[in-house]
Design a protein around this ligand. Structure first.
Ligand code: HEM
Length: 521
């Protein structure tokens, strides 16, 4: 009889709901008791206790890097979090980061991929989101030898100078249009900076200006890209409780698929066009990255023998995602800090005027002679790393780290944002003070662990040589080319530094300014 009751309970839908509910309550209670009364696992770093089943996932808030930074006072530089069922370690000072990147780089070199980026198996074609294996190795080699390499950067200085001139023209154009429509003449810099950075990456890969300020398709692409980056960075319950992935309860993957479809439609056209040209015997005089990918032939032993069209599209999209917004928001942050600190702005302007003047636009070849500009860029990266937690790593095997046992498949965050604010390394760490770098040898190439906006180790940002040049050049251009009016009644101290996290850390309230050209060309 008892077994019949149990059976009917299990086949009847109401019964199923009741029994699963009961099971959940029992699991929850069991987990609660275990957490409150069980002794913490001494093999793991310390961390906040969290809730049963959900762990700390609801405690991180909208700006997890800031919450983690605050928790550092209590739990120290290496912290353990339970995000749903995902074991997570957070590294928050330079010493612990150095230990990770110098001694344990390989076991920590895999990536944890958000569910949204598995739409269309996107991650499997990319460099940044791929597992640490053959496909990643081949792409990394091709990128560092044929695409984002200093030699190629030196050959393309004219391209960057041209795009800076375009940007200056767009700023003037946007200002004029706003005035003509009865507006206040303000320009939202972030969009124009993004278009410039996007065209730069596009030219290096596909030898083309892809987006134009006035083109509606450009706007569509910009909007979808914004959504994709925001979805990729928004906490998603399916990442913390992987059994929910199929259900996609927040609909984030569905939205990602819709936006990826729009952006892929645009980007795949470029690839198709090139394929058609090559079929018709028309080849580029100078090979670009798309040619390199199309012509690649490996032995297929470690990595792919060739790249499929789908995989090529993935890499192209990825480079736009990885390269455009990271670069443009770093510039926006740097410029916002300069506007908030008129003394620093003036000092930089005087330096540029002294070295370059106003009769020609500042160029890449001037950068070596602008030490204050270099200090401004370092200070910007210290306070505003575009990826505050870098890109999450994933441990490939059980690893002993600083006396702890970190199990396989632990998600690892390195909080570059917190490291850049560590009072043990930085005097007056919360203040924007470029002068601190004038007599300092600290660089951000992944060797000085107190400043790691581009990460470090085998998976350090591959776009460094490009980003380094563009951020310097564009900040200098903005300071040199225009006087900037903040708007009626707005004072420098009114410009906020509120943050909004997508995949990148954006300025929550984009800069909107009135430009007045001072450059005489
Ligand atoms: C200011 C601009 C940029 C910043 C702050 C930045 C930052 C980063 C960071 C923190 C990582 C993760 C490193 C790690 O895990 O240790 C990364 C990876 C990556 N970045 Fe950048 N990045 C920038 C620009 C670019 C550009 C311009 C490109 C390409 C055009 C690019 C392509 C990539 C790629 C493909 C990866 C993945 C590398 C891998 O997993 O092997 N980035 N970037």
């Amino acid at each position: 009889m008892e077994s019949r009751t149990l059976k009917s309970l299990l086949v009847n839908p109401v019964g199923v709901a009741v029994s699963s509910g009961l099971l959940l309550v029992v699991l929850f209670a069991f987990s609660l008791i275990k957490r409150r009364f069980g002794s913490p696992d001494k093999r793991r770093p310390p961390g906040p206790l969290g809730w049963p089943i959900f762990g700390n996932m609801f405690e991180l808030g909208e700006l997890p890097h800031q919450t983690m930074y605050r928790w550092k006072n209590k739990y120290g530089p290496v912290m353990w979090l339970q995000l749903g069922s995902i074991n997570t370690m957070v590294v928050q000072n330079a010493t612990a980061a150095a230990e990770l990147f110098k001694k344990h780089d390989v076991p920590f070199a895999d990536r944890k991929v958000p569910d949204t980026l598995t739409a269309f198996d996107f991650n499997q074609g990319t460099l940044g989101m791929n597992t640490f294996g053959g496909h990643w190795r081949v792409l990394r080699r091709l990128c560092s030898m044929e695409f984002l390499v200093n030699k190629r950067m030196n050959e393309t200085t004219d391209l960057r100078n041209r795009l800076e001139r375009n940007m200056v023209a767009w700023i003037e154009d946007e200002h004029r249009t706003s005035k003509a429509q009865g507006g206040d003449g303000k320009v939202q810099l972030s969009r124009l900076l993004f278009l410039m950075a996007f065209n730069l990456v596009g030219n290096l890969m596909l030898s083309k200006d892809l987006l134009d300020n006035r083109n509606p398709e450009s706007r569509e692409f910009f909007e979808s890209m914004n959504e994709i980056l925001s979805l990729a960075g928004t906490p998603n319950i399916s990442d913390f409780l992987p059994f929910l992935k199929k259900l996609d309860p927040l609909g984030m993957k569905r939205r990602m698929i819709a936006h990826m479809t729009r952006t892929f439609r645009i980007s795949s056209r470029f690839v198709q066009e090139r394929l058609d040209n090559r079929k018709a015997g028309k080849f580029n005089e100078k090979k670009d990255f798309l040619d390199v990918l199309l012509e690649y032939q490996g032995d297929g032993k470690d990595g792919p023998a060739t790249f499929s069209e789908k995989h090529i599209n993935d890499v192209i999209m990825e480079m736009f995602f990885a390269g455009s917004e990271t670069t443009s928001i770093s510039i926006e942050w740097g410029f916002a800090e300069l506007l908030r600190h008129p003394h620093a702005f003036q000092k930089l302007r005087e330096e540029i005027d002294r070295v370059v003047g106003v009769d020609r636009l500042v160029q890449e070849s001037d950068m070596e002679s602008l030490p204050y500009l270099q200090a401004v860029v370092k200070e910007t990266f210290r306070l505003h790393p575009a990826l505050p937690l870098l890109l999450p790593r994933n441990t490939m095997e059980d690893t002993k780290y600083l006396g702890y046992l970190i199990p396989k498949r632990t998600q690892v965050y390195v909080n570059a944002w917190a490291i850049g604010r560590d009072p043990a390394y930085w005097d007056d760490p919360l203040t924007f003070k470029p002068e601190r770098f004038l007599n300092s040898s600290v660089e951000y190439k992944g060797q000085h662990f107190e400043l790691i906006p581009f990460g470090s180790g085998r998976r350090i940002c591959i776009g460094f040589p490009l980003a380094h040049r563009v951020v310097h050049l564009t900040l200098a251009t903005l300071v040199q080319a225009f006087d900037w009016d903040l708007g009626a009644g707005v004072k420098p101290e009114d410009i906020d530094i509120d943050e909004k996290l997508g995949l990148t850390l954006r300025k929550k309230n984009p800069l909107k300014l009135i430009p007045k050209k001072r450059l005489r060309v």
